[in-house]
Design a protein around this ligand. Structure first.
Ligand SMILES: [Zn+2]
Ligand SMILES: [Zn+2]
Length: 271
C-alpha cells in the first residue's frame, strides 16, 4: 500500500506553528513514502478580509531546504491549499502562476462564507440551535464549489474536504449530513470526474472517516477515477492520522489506485 499524505500544513499557514522539518520527520517515522505540504492561501482571511498574496519566497525556501535534507528518505512535494478562488479568480491565477514550475499540487477549498455572514471562516460560525444556519452554510459552500469546478478548473487539482461545513456544524452539536444535498453534490462530483480532477478524502486528523464510503461511492458512480488522501495535519502528531484507514475505505469503494501530483500532473499508485 502506497502511504502518502498530501494535505498538511506548516508555520507558513496562519493556524500552524510546525516547521516543515518536524512534519517531514513525523512523515518518515509514520512510514510515509510521500508527503505534500499544502499551506493555506485563502483569498478571504478567517475574519473575511480579502487577501491577494501568498508568501512564496518563505514557502519555497522551507521546501527546498527540507527536500534536500530528506532526499532518499521521503518524497516531498510542494502544494498549496487555495481557498475561496471563486471570489477573485484573477488573484487566484496570479498566485498560482507565482508558484511556477516548482508547484506540484493545488487543493481547492472553501473555508469561508462567500457573500454571507461577513465572509468569515465557518470555524468561527456558531451553529448551535440554528438548523437554518447549518443548511445555509452547506448550500453556500456547495454553490461556490460548483463555481470552482465549472469555471476555475485550472485553480485546483483535487477538491478538498467537500464535507468541511459538517466539521463545525457537528462540533456545535447539530446534526446534518451531505445526504440531504445529494442533488447538488452529485453534479459537482460529475464535473470533477469529467474534467479529470481528483477528489480528496480528508481524514481531519483521523476524526472524520465515517462519511467517506458513501461520498466515494457517489464519486465512482459519477465517473470519478482520481482520489487523493490527506490528514490535514497542522502539527507533527497528526501527520498520516487516519490515512491507512482512508486508503482501506478507498479500496473498498472500488478504487484500485491512489493519486499524488507532481508538477500538477497526477501520478497513480496501486493501493
Ligand atoms: Zn482546508
Ligand atoms: Zn488544510
Amino acid at each position: 500500500m502506497y502511504l502518502c499524505d498530501v494535505h498538511t500544513h506548516t508555520l507558513i499557514s496562519h493556524d500552524s506553528r510546525a516547521p516543515l522539518e518536524k512534519q517531514a520527520e513525523a512523515a518518515a517515522a509514520a512510514g510515509l513514502s510521500e508527503l505534500c505540504v499544502t499551506d493555506h492561501c485563502d483569498l478571504l482571511n478567517s475574519r473575511g478580509q480579502p487577501v491577494t498574496f501568498f508568501d512564496w519566497p518563505a514557502a519555497k525556501e522551507q521546501y527546498r531546504r527540507v527536500k534536500a535534507a530528506f532526499a532518499g528518505r521521503l518524497e516531498l512535494r510542494l502544494g498549496l491549499e487555495l481557498g475561496s478562488a471563486p471570489l477573485d479568480p484573477a488573484a487566484a491565477r496570479s498566485i498560482l502562476a507565482e508558484g511556477g514550475g516548482e508547484l506540484d499540487f493545488v487543493l481547492g477549498s472553501l473555508h469561508n462564507w462567500i457573500g454571507e455572514e461577513g465572509g468569515i471562516d465557518l470555524f468561527y460560525t456558531r451553529f448551535a440551535g440554528d438548523p437554518d444556519l447549518c443548511r445555509r452554510a452547506v448550500e453556500n459552500v456547495l454553490t461556490h464549489t460548483w463555481t470552482l469546478v465549472t469555471r476555475l478548473p485550472d485553480c485546483y487539482d483535487s477538491l478538498a474536504h467537500i464535507s468541511y461545513p459538517l466539521r463545525y456544524i457537528r462540533r456545535d452539536g447539530m446534526d446534518l449530513s451531505l445526504w440531504e444535498f445529494e442533488d447538488r453534490v452529485r453534479p459537482i462530483l460529475t464535473e470533477v470526474a469529467r474534467t479529470d480532477h481528483a477528489l480528496e478524502v480528508n481524514t481531519h486528523h483521523g476524526l472524520d472517516l465515517a462519511d467517506w464510503p458513501r461520498i466515494l461511492n457517489w464519486f465512482r458512480e459519477c465517473g470519478g477515477k482520481l482520489v487523493t488522501v490527506g490528514s490535514d495535519a497542522h502539527k507533527p502528531a497528526d501527520i498520516a492520522r487516519g490515512v491507512p484507514e482512508a486508503l482501506e475505505l478507498i479500496k473498498a469503494a472500488g478504487f484500485e489506485r491512489i493519486t499524488t501530483f507532481q508538477g500538477r500532473k497526477p501520478i497513480t499508485h496501486r493501493l
